[in-house]
Write a protein that binds this ligand. Structure first.
Ligand SMILES: Nc1nc2c(c(=O)[nH]1)N[C@H]1C(S)=C(S)[C@@H](COP(=O)(O)O)O[C@H]1N2
Ligand SMILES: [Mo]
Length: 523
C-alpha cells in the first residue's frame, strides 16, 4: 500500500473506497441526535436554554442594524423561523464536514462537534436570563454528537484494519442504518422537547384563567373610525393579526404570581410593584397605534390595539425621579432594554404599563403579563414586553438594546401613510374603484391625506374619524380606474402642519421616510 509519495486525502478518495459519504452521514446522524437530546434536556432544565435558541439569540444580539433590516425585509415576521432553519442547515453542513474530518484526521472531527457544544454553552451563559444550568443542554448535545459520531466512524474504520476493503457493503450499510436510527431518535427527542414545554403550557393556562380589572376610563371608538372597505386594515387590529417583533427566540414565560416591577435609579424612593398591586391601581383603556422603526415605506409592521393598563406617569410619580434624570431604561426579563425620554412617560400622553390588549390579557408573545406602550415613540425605544424593571437614568449614562447596534437613542414616530387598497402590485377591473389606506404619526395626529394617480394632481382623500392623535386614521378616495398600468402615491399631512416628506430614507437609524408608490394594473 505504501508509496513514497505523501497521499493527499483527495487522492485517497479517488484511489480507494474511502469515500467520505458514510462518515459524513454518520456525523450528521449523530449531530441530529445530539441536537434533539440537547433540546430535550433544555425542555427539562428551562426552555430558554435550548441550544438552538441560545445560538440564534446570540446571533440576533451581535447582528448589526443592516442585518436585522435585511432579515425583516426578506422574511418579515418569519425572520426567526428563517434564522433557525439557517442555523440547522449550517449545523448539518458543519457536521458532515466534521464526519469526513474524523474519518481522515481523527480526532479533529469529534473535536469540531464538541466545540459546537461549547459554543452553545458559552452562548447560553451570556444570555440575560442565564441560570447555573444554562450551559448543560448544549454541552450534552456536543458530547452526544461527538461520542456517537466517533463510535459510528470507528466502525467504518475497523473493517479497513481487518484487511477487508474499507467500507465494504455490510459495514457501510450498518453504519448508514445506525445513522438513520440516530436521526429518528434525535427527531423523537426534539418532538418530546416540544411536547414537554410544560412551562409554556402552565403560563398559558394562568393567562386564560385571568380576569382583567374593569377600566376606570376608556377611549370610545367612534363608528365612523371604521370605513369598512374590503382589504383596508381594520381600525383596530385583531391581536392574532398584530405584527410581532422582538429578539426573543423562545417567548419568555412569565407567571404574574412571580412577576414584579422594580423602579430604581435616579429616584427618591425605590418602588417594587407586584401583580396584585398593579391590578389594584386605577386602570385606563386607551387605543394606541404601535409602530416598529423597521417598518419600511408601505410596510405592515404597524398595528392598533385597545390597551388596558396603568399610566406610567402614576408609577414613576411614586418613585419621584430626581431633577437630573432624563431617561427611563425599561428592561425585559429577557434582557432587552429600551431608552425612553422621561418626559414622554410623565407628560399628559397615554403612556401605559399595559396588562390588556383588545379586551384580553396580553398575548404571551406580546408581552404577558406586563409591557409598555407609549404613543409617539417607536417600539424599540418604548414598548418593552415582559417588562420587569424601570431604571430612571440619563441618556448620557445608559443606552437601550438597539442603540449600540446602529439605531438612534431616541425614536419619535415619523409621519407616514400607506395604501392598502388596491393592494400594491395587484390587478383590478376598470371602472369605479376606491383607493384607501391608513396614515399615522402617533401623539401628533393626522390632519389629511393626499393621493396622486400617475402624474395627475394631488387630491385630498376623505379621512375617517380619528380615534385620537395616538392612533392611525383610515382614508379613502374614489377612483375611476382606466385600463392600463398606474402608479398611486400617497402622502399624509400631520396635525402639526407638516407634509410627509418625499425623501426616501431607510429604516435605520431612526425610521424610514418617503412616499409609497403602488403600481396597479387595470384591465
Ligand atoms: N422584551 C422585548 N420587548 C420588545 C422588543 C424586544 O425585542 N424584546 N422589541 C420592541 C420592538 S422593536 C417593537 S416594534 C415592539 C413590537 O411589539 P409587538 O411584538 O407586540 O408588536 O416591541 C418592542 N418590545
Ligand atoms: Mo421595532
Amino acid at each position: 500500500m505504501r508509496s513514497g509519495l505523501p497521499r493527499l486525502p483527495i487522492v485517497t478518495t479517488l484511489t480507494s473506497h474511502t469515500s467520505g459519504v458514510p462518515a459524513a452521514v454518520a456525523a450528521i446522524g449523530a449531530t441530529v441526535l445530539g441536537a434533539g437530546v440537547g433540546e430535550l434536556v433544555a425542555a427539562i432544565v428551562a426552555p430558554s436554554t435550548s441550544p438552538f435558541a441560545v445560538i440564534g439569540g446570540g446571533m440576533i444580539d451581535i447582528a448589526p442594524a443592516w442585518a436585522k433590516d435585511l432579515a425583516i425585509s426578506l422574511f418579515g415576521t418569519g425572520d426567526k423561523a428563517a434564522l433557525l432553519v439557517g442555523i440547522a442547515v449550517l449545523l448539518l453542513a458543519v457536521a458532515g464536514a466534521a464526519g469526513v474530518l474524523e474519518r481522515r484526521r481523527p480526532p479533529w472531527g469529534r473535536v469540531v462537534l464538541g466545540a459546537l457544544g461549547v459554543v452553545g454553552a458559552l452562548a447560553a451563559m451570556t444570555r440575560a436570563d442565564a441560570g447555573t444550568l444554562s450551559p448543560v443542554p448544549s454541552l450534552v448535545a456536543g458530547v452526544v454528537a461527538a461520542g456517537v459520531s466517533t463510535v459510528l466512524i470507528r466502525r467504518l474504520g475497523r473493517s479497513a484494519t481487518a484487511g477487508r476493503p474499507p467500507e465494504d457493503g455490510p459495514t457501510r450499510r450498518s453504519v448508514l442504518a445506525l445513522s438513520g436510527v440516530a436521526v429518528a431518535a434525535g427527531a423523537l427527542a426534539a418532538l418530546g422537547a416540544v411536547a414537554m414545554s410544560g412551562g409554556a403550557r402552565a403560563v398559558s393556562a394562568v393567562r386564560t384563567a385571568l380576569r382583567l380589572p374593569t377600566p376606570a376610563t376608556t377611549t370610545p371608538v367612534p363608528a365612523a373610525a371604521e370605513l369598512g372597505i374590503d382589504g383596508l386594515s381594520p381600525v383596530i387590529t385583531p391581536s392574532a393579526d398584530f405584527y410581532r417583533i422582538d429578539t426573543a427566540l423562545v417567548v419568555p414565560q412569565v407567571d404574574p404570581a412571580t412577576w414584579s416591577l422594580r423602579v430604581h435609579g435616579l429616584v427618591e424612593q425605590e418602588v417594587v410593584l407586584r401583580w396584585d398591586d398593579l391590578v389594584a391601581l386605577p386602570q385606563q383603556e386607551t387605543v394606541v397605534t404601535l409602530v416598529c422603526v423597521s417598518n419600511g415605506v408601505g410596510g405592515d409592521l404597524v398595528g392598533t390595539a385597545r390597551w388596558l393598563g396603568v399610566p406610567l406617569r402614576d408609577i414613576l410619580a411614586r418613585a419621584r425621579p430626581t431633577a437630573e434624570a432624563d431617561m427611563v431604561l425599561s428592561r425585559s426579563i429577557d434582557g432587552f432594554t429600551a431608552s425612553s425620554p422621561l418626559e414622554a412617560l410623565t407628560d399628559d400622553r397615554a403612556a401605559l404599563l399595559a396588562i390588556g390588549m383588545n379586551g384580553e390579557p396580553l398575548p404571551i408573545e406580546h408581552g404577558f403579563p406586563v409591557r409598555m406602550v407609549v404613543p409617539g415613540l417607536y417600539g424599540y425605544v418604548s414598548a418593552t414586553k415582559w417588562v420587569t424593571e424601570l431604571e430612571v437614568t440619563r441618556f448620557d449614562r445608559a443606552e437601550g438594546y438597539w442603540t449600540p447596534r446602529g439605531w438612534s437613542e431616541r425614536g419619535p414616530v415619523k409621519l407616514a401613510s400607506r395604501i392598502d387598497v388596491p393592494r400594491a402590485g395587484s390587478r383590478i377591473a376598470a371602472g369605479e374603484a376606491v383607493i384607501a389606506g391608513v396614515a399615522w404619526q402617533t401623539h401628533v395626529g393626522v390632519s389629511g391625506v393626499e393621493v396622486q394617480v400617475d402624474d395627475g394632481p394631488w387630491q385630498s382623500a376623505t379621512l375617517a374619524s380619528a380615534i385620537s392623535a395616538d392612533t392611525w386614521v383610515q382614508w379613502s378616495l374614489p377612483w375611476n380606474a382606466t385600463a392600463g398600468d398606474h402608479t398611486i402615491r400617497c402622502r399624509a399631512l400631520s396635525a402639526d402642519g407638516e407634509t410627509q416628506t418625499e425623501t426616501r430614507t431607510p429604516p435605520a437609524p431612526d425610521g424610514a421616510t418617503g412616499w409609497q408608490e403602488a403600481r396597479i394594473t387595470v384591465t
